[in-house]
Write a protein that binds this ligand. Sequence first.
Ligand SMILES: [Zn+2]
Length: 158
Amino acid sequence: MEKITKSVTYTKGKYAELKAEYRNVADAAIRAAKRAHAPYSNFFVGAAVLLDNGKLIEGNNQENAAYPSGLCAERVALFFAGSQFPEASVRILAVHVTELPSDVLVPPCGACLQVIKETETRQKDPMEILLVNSEFFMLAEGVQQFMPLAFSRDYFPV
Ligand SMILES: [Zn+2]
């Protein structure tokens, strides 16, 4: 029997330190959050996806009076990207939540992490995940930094 520890790695910094390409995706997520449909939670989330073909796609959470019918910002953006550009790979996914204290950076929920995993499996390449608010950012390479034991099709029998 052995105890195994898996660690995660990410970069944290000030928004002003973000390179232009990352700032561009972050700003798109910030813009998108302002258009979220979140009358029930008042939790306004924006996501932006930069594809390897240069397209920048924005999404935001879309809530519904019948709660399970709504969808998170990350999945809105990733599903739209997958539906419009199935051959493209996601390079950067940025996520922003409005009106939180500046030291709070919100990670994607478990369901969104699973969809990120599927996207990475599909494109055979991890994406960079950028959490951002008006003062700080956190940048991680791949969903494994959030979910080191993620389920994927790799567990299916051949
Ligand atoms: Zn989610």
